[in-house]
Design a protein around this ligand. Structure first.
Ligand code: URA
Length: 475
């Protein structure tokens, strides 16, 4: 019997080195016993054969590329049998069963597919349910999260958090590993204990208020909610403490909604600026930005790189509202930096308006796209996604309190003036909103970029510049 002791049971390179060497020496799968050094506790790591990969006696055969991808995922699974099953699969692939991975009914293949699925599910849950808490330090805040995954997935999920929270310094602690991001590099360390992570921070109260406000009793499906957000994660999610009360009150709130229904206006919905400021997320603009960074109110957060929140002076006199971020905004985390943003900047310059004096934001804060090959094709946010994002927009308006709002495009115009607004007919017309803010809508710069005829485009851009020119005297 051959004993192979691995330092890191989830590391593809280490397992692969050992497996290739075993294969090259023709060691039968049934003759290998796999152990993980630290957990096995049988051999001290220093004396374990894991330090000296087995010598390759003859070159091992090549394996299909999809095997390596499958193996890399399966290795993150917690089941101690994974190394042996993968080696058996490798052995069979290189001993005449090259098409084995396509036989879904094969026991080894089915076992690995199940394991990979469980790992992917665990990764999905971790992306959704990690909650950071702020720890103030002299050199700036650090955000720490505690999470207990079922499998060894932290190194696989960490790049997601790096992309999502690139601008924060954070640590994610789990019982078996920890990951630390300092804004430039990611490092991994030993596991930790729950007590090493803080319990609550100042933002938590704000997040709870927001969560309670976006909870819709009419949509409540308790079992579906528990399937999507398993109860075992609740203990690390501050908002979970609210759920029993929200469930308990749901039917009474539903009854109240039904009672109110006939009194709703049937057709015309007037300019829908906040009627219930108390229902909006609370805090300063900086706090809103942080909360929005963790927003899960619609599914757009997941494929997107990050939330693209508004930017500009907190007390800007003019707020410009676009539709939704595009590919480049998603990567940069800033609104209007892609092609439409560049056209917008040029038009502002021609109109004599400084962008640095405007607060620029979007109706929807996540990039929505369809993957096509390596490209991500822009896709319009649905009404439900627009309304899930609405509290952020309303809170931005409330916090900045601009004197003037400019809507770029129909989505933004309808978010501010209501569904009956017709951009082609009402473009450039000043409308006073319920709260006294003066507002008008104009076309979206992407529309200008799409105009095929050069002369027509030139005229349309000149019209756009004239619209923006109305802002010059207001700054
Ligand atoms: N289009 C928008 O509406 N907003 C952006 O941020 C970019 C493009």
């Amino acid at each position: 019997m051959r004993l192979v002791v691995l330092h890191d049971g989830s590391d593809l390179a280490e397992w692969r080195g050992q497996a290739r060497a075993l294969l090259a020496e023709d060691v039968l799968p049934s003759d290998v016993q796999w152990q993980v050094g630290e957990r096995a506790g049988l051999l001290p790591a220093e004396s374990s054969p894991a330090h000296q990969p087995l010598r390759e006696a003859k070159p091992a055969g090549t394996v299909p590329r999809e095997f390596l991808s499958l193996a890399s995922t399966v290795l993150a699974h917690a089941d101690a049998r994974r190394h042996a099953v993968l080696y058996r699969l490798l052995w069979r692939l290189t001993h005449g069963e090259r098409q084995l991975l396509h036989i879904a009914s094969d026991d080894d293949v089915a076992w690995c597919e199940q394991a990979a699925k469980a790992v992917r599910r665990d990764m999905h849950k971790m992306k959704a349910f990690v909650r950071f808490r702020e720890v103030a330090q002299p050199q700036g805040s650090v955000f720490i999260a505690w999470f207990e995954p079922s499998h060894d997935i932290l190194p696989r999920v960490a790049p997601f958090f790096v992309r999502r929270f690139a601008g924060m310094h954070w640590s994610i602690l789990t019982p078996t590993r920890s990951a630390h991001w300092n804004g430039e590099t990611i490092s991994f360390g030993a596991g930790a204990q729950k007590a090493d992570a803080p319990n609550e921070d100042a933002l938590e109260a704000l997040w709870l208020t927001y969560f309670a406000n976006i909870f819709n009793p009419a949509r409540l499906k308790v079992q579906a909610m528990k399937n999507e957000m398993p109860v075992r994660y609740w203990k690390n999610m501050p908002e979970a403490a609210l759920i029993p009360g929200l469930i308990r009150d749901a039917s009474a709130r539903m009854d109240a909604m039904v009672q109110r229904a006939p009194t709703q206006p049937k057709k015309h919905i007037p300019a829908p600026l906040p009627r219930q400021p108390s229902a909006l997320p609370q805090g300063s603009l900086a706090e809103l930005r942080l909360q929005a960074g963790q927003c899960r109110a619609c599914p757009l957060w997941e494929p997107a790189t990050q939330t693209v929140f508004g930017e500009g002076p907190d007390n800007a006199h003019i707020m410009v509202i676009g539709e939704q971020p595009g590919d480049q905004e998603d990567l940069a985390g800033r609104p209007f930096v892609g092609p439409a943003g560049q056209l917008f900047d040029q038009a502002l310059a021609q109109a004599g308006v400084e962008r640095s004096q405007l607060y620029v934001t979007n109706t929807v804060k996540h990039f929505k796209f369809e993957p096509r090959g390596k490209r991500r094709i822009h896709s319009r946010a649905h009404a439900s996604e627009q309304s899930a994002c609405r509290p952020w927009l309303l809170a931005e308006i409330q916090r900045v309190a601009p004197k003037t709002i400019v809507c770029l495009g129909a989505m933004a115009a309808q978010a501010i003036f209501g569904k009956n607004f017709r951009l082609l007919e009402q473009r450039g017309q000043w409308i006073t909103l319920d709260n006294g803010i003066g507002a008008f809508a104009t076309v979206h710069p992407s529309y200008l970029l799409r105009l095929p005829d050069e002369r027509e485009r030139g005229e349309a851009i000149a019209h756009f510049v004239r619209d923006l020119g109305m802002l010059r005297s207001l700054i």
